[in-house]
Design a binder for this molecule. Sequence first.
Ligand code: GLN
Length: 552
Amino acid sequence: MLICNPITYYGNYLNIRIMTNTKYIFVLGGVASSLGKGIISASLAKLLQARGYNVTIQKFDPYINVDPGTLNPYEHGECYVTSDGAETDLDLGHYERFLNQPTSQANNVTTGRIYQTVINKERHGDYLGETVQIIPHITDEIKYRMKILGEKGLFDFVITEIGGTVGDIESLPYVEAVRQLKWELGNNALVIHLTFVPFLAAAGELKTKPTQHAVKALLELGVQPDILVCRTEHHLNISLRNKIALFCNVESSSVIESIDTDTIYNVPILMHEEGLDSEVLKKLNIKDGKTPNLTEWDSFLKRLKNPLYEVNIGLVGKYVELKDAYKSISEAFIHAGAANLCKVNVKLIQSENINDDNAESYLKKLNGILVAPGFGNRGIEGKISAVKYARENKIPFFGICLGMQCAVIEFARNVLLMNDANSTEMNKRTEFPVINIMENQKEIENKGGTMRLGSYPCKLKTNSKAYQAYGKPDIEERHRHRFEFNNQYLQQFIDKGMIATGNFEEKNLVEIIEIPEHPWFIGVQFHPEYRSTVAAPHPLFVSFVKATKENL
Ligand code: GLN
């Protein structure tokens, strides 16, 4: 624990230098949000990893929710789940996909979690009569969490991305923590500021003023950035770089261009060409003559950019206005597409618009249909109609979490003729509760962090498509749900041709359902999309895309 008594406490406050070789890189953003701090952080991490270093990335989010689990996807996009069961920001998905390395609860911290910890300590009496304040108590808790992964001795680099934009009221304590740490850590810390260089079409010019102002905003808070990464639609010429360098107190070589590109997976290559990784090493006094080994990454890009096939897959869900709501699913299709030398066009389809009568008009041109995860009633009947269309027309079907539950409901209604079959999430009084609340969920009232979350083992039946895809009987997958298949009905499903091919044996929970008579019909209670990475595309996505190719 960082804070035990006032003496050690102010010892920390007064900046004792930390004797560690771990290097801390902070990535902040100015001018606007959505410039791609997550992708820049992940790309830098990839380049350092490709040079043989151990790297981890963490994200600090300035909002007051304790975690993003209770957030509507419209707010910040999908909620990403780690294997240790943390509900986190979607940027952690990028970190895992780029590094092929798991993250954990410690990699995502919010203001809510910081305050919760400090307030709990205050109630516990840990501050021994002090007035508890933003500085030093909140900032010290932030600093403690910024350093915690580095102090395990496992990482050469800890990259910390600060959410939001410098200048926001809510990010002030984080910038202050970075200011203090930069001083304490000396040569072991480095600040990268991601800014924007807009192109004014009327003037036909790139403008550096927003970047100058963004750096000024950071300087006002006492932080001099070491490296500027400038997001732009057009190349920055040398005189523009010199101008930015002059006004922002950085070397010209530290002005890094981040140009728009057609896939986020180009960014590590672009950053390497711009010299971001060498500049980081130079600034941290690390002599490293090696170049990053990007052979695997390059071969992935080659496969991605030279597809031999093209398929259209419908993603039936209710958050279709916002691509980020299904981020991990879209990325998993990119990985699986590259593995199949196949361009996958993911068509987002609003489930609220679909019914049994019009399903064909929405779905007939598709080579495969994926019904998305989700919560609550909205759009559920359309998802069930989409399953019916895929099942009856033998279109490859993949159901994830709620999508799997919809497949079970559809089969119950239309094959087992249980007319009002449903999940008790949607209809508590249904006569046929084929999807039911899990036993240990019944008494839970708090919504935050209380679902069945994180990795659980699953045993596969060897004569199944799932087993063929994974090539092994024992798997582990990540979960985020409260409802489950109701085993009371299992035999009736089996008798009519829907079988359970994956099981969590300890609790006898059905994790995978299949229809063997169908070319490819799989529903999974877990979220395979969270485990798909560039280096290890998810086997079920690879197998599904292969099936859609065969359905061309
Ligand atoms: N709402 C469903 C449940 O809680 C499915 C959740 C999901 O799709 N992640 O079980």
